[in-house]
Design a protein around this ligand. Structure first.
Ligand SMILES: Cc1cc2nc3c(=O)[nH]c(=O)nc-3n(C[C@H](O)[C@H](O)[C@H](O)COP(=O)(O)O)c2cc1C
Length: 297
């Protein structure tokens, strides 16, 4: 089945799948497997405090995949908060723009930002004709980013891991409402890890899905097997597990979300995506869909 959506057309990928930004792990070896499997692999620039290492990782990525991939720049609020002194703000911005320059010089044309006050990145990226995809957790921030020119929005629901706002809504509420309010394409994130969740997010109005936690149990995710095994046997329905995710607490930033519960064994990233897509296609067929191509809109 051929998959199509506004995000597929914009980014030129095979499936409507975007890799989450991974602090610590979002590097070429991992991200290239996602791109090679038909989605958009993402390298998180802040994993490389040294710009030379960043450039080398992009060069490695170019050896490992010929498919599109993106760069993430996360902007946690403590870096750019309004009351930080102006000199520090400017220094931080300069640093982020160095990452952008390095990536642009190597021909990368998809930049994802997450967090706060990312429009300076968006403007620079647009000056070079590249795409700016902004990730946030509130529809009001998504609307601001749209006004500031973002080409697409990733909206993370309460189910997702990562930074939250105390008023963060669920993926269901976020995406169905964002679909009514935003004109630009929407990428759904938060708690998605199997074919049913993937299809549901698309039916809610998303143009693509962003996977984070679900990828943590794949072979290529650079986490020791012992930890992956522990996650596989986690009880996601126990409050000690899900409270870490559903409560707003920056300390739990890297805790896996309940999306971890969709996996029952460790697969290669390629097989994980292959299964997800095959199961989604079978599900569509079981609902009576008989065409060779699907356009999500
Ligand atoms: C280990 C880990 C590290 C992450 N690091 C970042 C990061 O540095 N920046 C960011 O914007 N999001 C980060 N995220 C969040 C993901 O990009 C994505 O938004 C989130 O995982 C989606 O929800 P899910 O985990 O339920 O799929 C991270 C997620 C995980 C699991």
């Amino acid at each position: 089945m051929k998959w199509n959506s506004r995000i597929i057309e914009l980014i030129n990928i095979k499936y409507p799948l975007i890799m989450g930004a991974f602090g610590g792990w979002g590097k070429a070896k991992f991200a290239s497997c996602f791109s090679n499997a038909g989605g958009l692999g993402v390298i998180a620039a802040l994993n490389f405090p040294d710009f030379k290492d960043f450039k080398n990782d992009l060069l490695l990525m170019n050896e490992l995949t010929s498919k599109p991939y993106g760069i993430n720049l996360s902007l946690p609020h403590h870096n750019l908060q309004l009351n930080d002194n102006r000199k520090n703000q400017e220094k931080t911005k300069e640093r982020y723009l160095r990452y952008v320059e390095i990536a642009l010089n190597l021909g990368i044309n998809v930049f994802t930002t997450s967090g706060y006050r990312a429009d300076f990145v968006g403007r620079r990226v647009h000056d070079s004709g590249a795409l700016w995809v902004h990730k946030c957790v509130l529809i009001k921030h998504a609307l601001s980013a749209e006004k500031l020119g973002a080409d697409a929005i990733t909206l993370v629901g309460l189910e997702g891991t990562g930074f939250k706002n105390p008023t963060t809504q669920t993926t269901l509420i976020n995406i169905t409402n964002a679909k009514k309010q935003l004109k630009i394409p929407i990428i759904a994130a938060g708690g998605i890890g199997d074919a049913n969740g993937f299809l549901s997010a698309l039916l809610m109005g998303a143009d693509a899905v962003c996977l984070g936690t679900a990828l943590m149990e794949t072979e290529e995710c650079p986490v020791p097997d012992k930890i992956k095994q522990k996650w596989l046997s986690s009880n996601i329905f126990h409050s000690s597990f899900y409270n870490k995710i559903y409560n707003y607490n920056v300390k739990n930033f890297m805790a896996p979300s309940t999306a971890i519960g969709h996996n029952d064994r460790i697969l290669s990233l390629g097989d994980f995506i292959k299964n997800l897509i095959e199961n989604a296609e079978n599900r569509l067929k079981s609902l009576g869909f008989s065409k060779d191509s699907v356009y999500i809109s």
